[in-house]
Design a protein around this ligand. Structure first.
Ligand SMILES: [Zn+2]
Length: 275
């Protein structure tokens, strides 16, 4: 299975990161996609990408809750990293792009996580919109999909995607917890729904969504170290809990967990350049 969204570089794993990753691989995880937050998270993320090539795969982007007055400076750093990554059109699957100085940089799988968050702080709402639009353009320029974080801002993000108005723009609504109407809108826009621990919560609301959509639109994620699924709710989350989420999705969609594993893996892989 592919874990499509985990902050495994987070301090929360400093004590036992290697063991945590071993547990993840033992649980059947073959790839872990890592969303970036801001310039402070890049080194830790890329260190893991280098240590586990083709397995721990980085994204590049500026998280909406990190969009402040200096966001243009942060975006300059994002853009710089993306420019260092040169995808060879002859070999789009090569993990590392060679730099002119002979060193290499792990290839980014997506622009993320980007979006809008109006839950914590609305001070920089206009900057959040601008940063999102700029990063959508970067995604199109670099032929990458986007990993969307939106909290209390689903329709605001939809409006921005429609403003971009380019059907090549695709990706994942990470940590999707919306209504069936919102799920259908995301799917209509060509996006997938990232399903995580909230699916296992009694009041999570996804029991009113998942049974009514096609499984080809969903991917699995934990958002570790946040949002641990039941029975670990409230504790530190980790990648090895993806199977708990897969089981819950299987129960809600009334299919086997094997089916969920293979379909969501195929869905995730479909976002990458064709192999
Ligand atoms: Zn995240």
């Amino acid at each position: 299975m592919i874990e499509t969204h985990a902050h495994i570089y987070d301090d929360a794993f400093d004590e036992d990161r290697t063991q945590m990753l071993e547990r993840a691989f033992e649980s059947g995880i073959t790839q872990i996609w890592m969303p970036n937050c801001d310039h402070t998270t890049i080194d830790g993320m890329l260190a893991l990408a280098t240590q586990y090539p083709n397995v721990c795969r980085p994204m590049m982007g500026l998280h909406p809750t990190y969009v402040k007055a200096d966001f243009e400076q942060e975006l300059y750093i994002v853009e710089n990293w993306l420019d260092k990554m040169t995808i060879s059109t002859n070999n789009p699957t090569s993990i590392d792009a060679s730099l002119t100085d002979g060193s290499s940089v792990p290839q980014f799988v997506a622009i993320g996580e980007i979006g809008m968050d109006l839950y914590w702080d609305k001070t920089f709402v206009e900057q959040q919109k601008e940063a999102f639009l700029i990063q959508c353009d970067l995604a199109l320029k670099h032929h990458l999909w986007i990993d969307i974080h939106c909290r209390n801002a689903f329709w605001e993000v939809v409006e921005l995607i429609e403003k971009v108005g380019d059907t090549r723009l695709t990706g994942i609504f990470h940590c999707f917890t919306g209504t069936l109407e919102e799920a259908q809108k995301a799917i209509d826009l060509g996006f997938k729904l990232g399903i995580g621990g909230v699916a296992t919560f009694k009041n999570g609301g996804l029991d009113k969504v998942l049974p009514y959509i096609d499984m080809k639109h969903i991917v699995l994620e934990t958002d570790s170290p946040y949002l641990a699924p039941v029975p670990y709710r409230g504790k530190r989350n980790e990648v090895a809990y993806v199977p708990l989420i897969a089981q819950r999705v299987a129960d809600l969609m009334q299919v086997s967990v094997e089916m969920v594993a293979s379909q969501t893996t195929a869905n995730a892989l479909s976002l990458l350049p064709s192999m």
